[in-house]
Design a protein around this ligand. Structure first.
Ligand SMILES: C[S@@+](CC[C@H](N)C(=O)[O-])C[C@H]1O[C@@H](n2cnc3c(N)ncnc32)[C@H](O)[C@@H]1O
Length: 154
C-alpha cells in the first residue's frame, strides 16, 4: 500500500504527502468503526494536520539553535499526525530515533504500516503502565542501531 524501500534514502516530499493522505483516510475509517461513547473512552481525536505542522515548526525555531539529533516519541501516537508533521518539517537525517505507543490495535497497526518505512517504531501498549517508557526507549535505540549497522539514514 505504501512505499518502496525508504530506509536506504530519505523520503521525498511527494512520498510523504501520499502517505499523509493515506493516514487521513485510515484515520477516518478507524474513527468510523466506533460509537461516540467508545471514542470518548480512549479519546482518539486526532490533531488536525495544520496544527501538528505548526507545532513542529515552532519546535524547529527552538531546535535550530541546537544541532543535536532529535529523539521523537509520542505516547499516544494514533495514526501518527505528529510524526507526519515531524517528517514534513525536519530533514529525515536529523531524526535519530522515533517511537510511538498506542493502545488501540487498529491505530497501532496502521501507524506501523504507514510510517515504519520512515523509521517510526510503534509499540502496542498502555503508556500509563510502569515500564512502557523504558521499553519504548529500548525499542527506539535498537532500531537506530539496526539502521546504522545497515549504513542507512543517520
Ligand atoms: C487524542 S488521540 C491523539 C493521536 C495523535 N497523537 C494525534 O495527535 O493525532 C489519543 C490516542 O491515544 C490512544 N490512547 C489512549 N489511551 C492510551 C494509553 N493509555 N496508552 C496508549 N495509547 C493510548 C488513543 O487510542 C488515541 O489513538
Amino acid at each position: 500500500m505504501i512505499s518502496p524501500n525508504w530506509e536506504s534514502e530519505p523520503a521525498s516530499p511527494q512520498d510523504l504527502s501520499s502517505v499523509e493522505a493515506c493516514r487521513l483516510v485510515v484515520q477516518r475509517k478507524i474513527d468510523g468503526l466506533k460509537t461516540p461513547s467508545e471514542r470518548n473512552r480512549l479519546g482518539p481525536f486526532a490533531t488536525p494536520p495544520t496544527l501538528a505542522v505548526e507545532m513542529a515548526r515552532f519546535v524547529k525555531t527552538i531546535l535550530d539553535e541546537d544541532p543535536s539529533p532529535i529523539h521523537f516519541s509520542d505516547p499516544a501516537i494514533g495514526a501518527g499526525s505528529f510524526f507526519s508533521a515531524l517528517m514534513s518539517v525536519f530533514p529525515a537525517e536529523r531524526v535519530a530515533t522515533a517511537t510511538g505507543v498506542e493502545i488501540e490495535p487498529a491505530f497501532a497497526g496502521s501507524a506501523r504500516e504507514l510510517w515504519g518505512a520512515f523509521g517510526l517504531e510503534v509499540m502496542e501498549a498502555d503508556f500509563t503502565r510502569p515500564g512502557t517508557a523504558k521499553r519504548c526507549s529500548r525499542v527506539g535505540i535498537r532500531k537506530r542501531n539496526r539502521l546504522l549497522r545497515g549504513g542507512m539514514r543517520q
